[in-house]
Design a protein around this ligand. Structure first.
Ligand code: BGC
Length: 757
């Protein structure tokens, strides 16, 4: 009997396991094999299985500071002694085979290694950063790109990716906003599940199935003031309402591992938090896989002021429920003695080892330790033209049209207009991929100028001037840019953040265009020529002056290998923009944290001038560009909102209908959004919450009725006692094209029969 993903999920949901593993559903031979192994393992070998070390057989340029990095010789000795169970962040079949052969043939018990790595938005073919892809408002697209990433990663000798990052990010100062799906819970849940499905595929034992590791458990995105590695101080309600559900979705989709967050929650570092990692994660959420620490996070318990020393840190982490220690080597150094001295029960170790070995079993490693180490796949499956085409498609569908005054876009690819492409990103190839793309070949992405030239019938119409560097002036650059703008009919201004400005450890106090680039924008706009801004960024930005007032603005994030082609596709209208913002663009940096589903307060703002209301005196409460916002090149109009019944019975559903019509002259796609608000509840509820998305594509003149079904399950929230509850009462409902405005109606949820009127 073979074990597939569905069986594991069923196991995960059955809640009937004694040891925290889906043993009941494993093949008897697998269970027997794991049991037999555990019976034979020494304490040191068990601690070794629970240890994950940087792969120095297949080194790369690590994103992390060096910590206890082994050299190749030392690492080989550790493998042979059975003192390591997992290697991470090296790629390549030859090196992987060497390491695996050592483990299988030379270690006493021959337990194969798990080979892990951070494949966050692509291995060699780089797809848009996850935040950009969330803007497509199309999880099915993310499932496809995750599958492509898995095909490449497994062809390069990996079994597991430390992805997706499912942290909800509501403060744009935090650099890791770029790695997730943005500020919204519903979107976060859809993308978490889609990416897990994409990475893992249907059958975990297949050579091209890549285990997912949704991270960072939990609430890492809620670090105070967006400061990386900072502290999290949140209510249990917020933890459960906002930060845990995307993990639920990822586990329900079949994820078998997760990673504890670096941060602390309410005084307890996640890595040592037994309530979080055991009671909630395993007890309540019925997670049945294994937990990685983050990079040296167990050792960092000392700096947190939570552990006395390394030994204490290892003890706290393992007792909390961290099964696999990443990079510190603390487990292999201290667990044997901790068990011998009685500080850690042998049972705790056996459960952790069992979890790890079951995951290895689940992906077929014992039957085929050389899976995902096939030299033929390495040449055939990486960087294929199919993947490049998908990268282009997903990149174009991630670009958000924020502003388009006088329909300045799309530009004509065939007309005689002279275009000045100005800005430090015009020809830049070093900042196309974005953070976390360190396996991608440098310089192999398509820059904007190349993409535009390829799309134009007469490329000589394109003038190019950088104007300035990303963070400083260029000698004479500004003057040359102004001359180019004067000589042109239209300016395309490529400005924004470098890829080092977002990602891990890249928190910023302001989220604005660097000053030198802002000055470039002002000078170019002063020529009076229409300006189309192409933003490059890993977070929402606060835009000002000439940038905010440009005729058109496109959010182009970090789009990956095919960035230039995708941008040209949108600029010249080969692809119609259809993306939506997964993060709100505030007016000012100081509005952060900012998210659309905030609370009303006792003094909600009526208009921005009225005093003594919940507002800043210096900025509007709204966003410059709200969550869910994104324009198209056509005119898509929603009307005829209808409910099947304004009374929702407890065990029934109501149907919501609205008609979308394309009244413009071009084909277009709208991501129709449904939002709800619970008017009165025993715990205050947000002013609106996204509950459904439906992407609809229409030709000019065509209409479509969009239908949604709403039931009690959509109205639940974390209530008293931190339990999920539903309360009868009145609800607002909006259907629209962003988190602002839309068609409005109301319905009432009844616990019993609605009273006759
Ligand atoms: C990051 C993780 C990552 C790990 C391994 C850490 O610094 O927080 O997200 O998976 O490194 O590279």
């Amino acid at each position: 009997m073979s074990l597939d993903r569905r069986q594991i999920i069923l196991g995960a949901l059955s809640g009937a396991m004694t040891l925290g593993v889906p043993a009941r559903l494993l093949a008897q031979t697998d269970v027997a094999r794991v049991d037999a192994l555990i019976g034979k393992m020494t304490l040191e070998e068990k601690a070794g299985q629970m240890t994950c070390l940087a792969d120095s057989f297949r080194p790369y340029n690590p994103p992390n500071p060096e910590a206890g990095i082994q050299n190749e010789k030392q690492l080989a000795q550790e493998i042979v002694k059975g003192r390591v169970g997992c290697l991470f962040n090296g790629i390549g079949v030859a090196g992987g085979l060497r390491a695996q052969e050592m483990a299988v043939k030379e270690s006493r018990l021959g337990i194969p290694l798990l080979l892990a790595g951070d494949v966050i938005h692509g291995l060699k073919t780089i797809f848009p950063v996850p935040l950009a892809e969330a803007a497509s408002f199309d999880p099915a697209l993310a499932e496809r790109t995750a599958r492509a990433m898995a095909l490449e990663a497994t062809a390069a000798g990996l079994h597991l990716t430390f992805a997706p990052m499912v942290d909800i990010a509501r403060d744009q100062r935090w650099g890791r906003v770029v790695e997730g799906s943005g500020e919204d819970l519903y979107l976060g849940r859809l993308y978490a599940a889609a990416r897990v499905r994409g990475f893992q595929g249907r059958n975990l034992r297949r050579d091209d199935s890549l285990l997912a590791c949704p991270k960072h458990f939990a609430a890492y995105g809620a670090v105070a003031a967006g400061m990386e590695y900072g502290s999290v101080d949140i209510s249990e309600e917020t933890l459960r309402e906002t930060h845990l559900p995307p993990f639920d979705s990822a586990f329900a989709a079949g994820a078998l591992t997760t990673m504890a967050a670096f941060s602390e929650i309410n005084g307890v570092p996640a890595t040592a938090d037994r309530t979080l990692l055991t009671d909630i994660l395993r007890g309540e959420m019925t997670f049945r896989g294994f937990v990685f620490s983050d990079y040296t996070a167990d050792e960092e318990l000392i700096a947190h002021g939570y552990a006395e020393d390394e030994r204490d840190a290892a003890r706290l982490a393992v007792l909390a429920g961290v099964d696999m220690s990443m990079q510190s080597g603390l487990y292999v150094r201290h667990l044997p003695d901790l068990v011998k001295s009685g500080a850690v029960p042998m049972g705790t170790i056996d459960v952790a080892v069992r979890r790890i070995l079951y995951v290895k079993t689940a992906i077929g490693l014992f039957d085929n330790p050389y899976r995902s180490l096939d030299p033929a796949a390495e040449t055939a499956r990486i960087g294929t033209s199919g993947h490049r085409a998908l990268a282009r498609e997903s990149a174009a569908r991630s670009i958000v049209l924020l502003q388009n005054k006088d329909a300045v876009l799309p530009l004509g690819a065939d007309d005689g207009e002279k275009i000045a492409l100005i800005g430090p990103f015009a020809e830049d190839r070093d900042n196309l991929y974005g953070p976390w793309a360190f396996y991608g070949d440098k310089g192999k992405g398509v820059d904007i100028a190349t993409g535009m030239r390829a799309a134009m019938r007469d490329p000589t119409r394109l003038m190019i001037e950088p104007g300035c560097a990303i963070d400083g002036p260029l000698d004479g650059g500004l003057a040359r840019a102004v001359e180019a703008a004067k000589a042109a009919d239209v300016v395309v201004l490529a400005i924004g953040e470098s890829q080092d400005m977002s990602g891990e450890a890249q928190s910023r106090t302001t989220i604005e265009i660097p000053l030198v680039q802002q000055a470039l924008a002002e000078a170019v706009a002063a020529t009076g020529k229409p300006v189309i801004v192409l933003l490059r960024h890993g977070r929402a930005l606060a835009l000002h002056g000439a940038v905010a007032n440009a005729q058109a603005i496109l959010a182009t994030w970090f789009l990956g290998s095919e960035a230039g082609h995708a941008i040209a596709d949108i600029l010249f209208g080969r692809v119609d923009p259809s993306a939506k913002l997964p993060v709100s663009f505030p007016w000012e940096s100081g509005q952060e944290p900012f998210f659309y589903d905030r609370k009303s307060t006792g003094r909600p703002v009526v208009d921005q001038r009225t005093e003594y209301k919940a507002r800043y005196a210096t900025a509007d409460n709204s966003a410059r560009f709200p969550f869910g916002h994104g324009l198209t090149y056509t005119d898509l109009v929603l009307d005829k909102l209808k409910l099947s019944d304004a009374a929702l019975r407890w065990d029934q559903a109501i149907e919501v209908r609205a008609t979308l019509t394309n009244k413009g002259k071009r084909r277009g796609t709208q991501a129709v959004q449904l939002y709800l608000r619970d008017r009165v509840a025993s715990r205050t509820r947000p002013i609106r919450e996204l509950k459904r998305i439906e992407r609809v594509t229409l030709n000019p003149g065509d209409s479509k009725v969009v239908r949604f079904s709403i039931s009690r399950a959509d109205l639940s929230f974390i209530g008293a006692g931190n339990k999920r509850i539903v309360e009868p009462g009145l609800f607002d409902l909006w259907i629209g094209d962003s988190s602002i405005g839309g068609l409005h109606t109301q319905f009432t949820l009844y616990a019993g029969e609605p009273a006759a009127t």
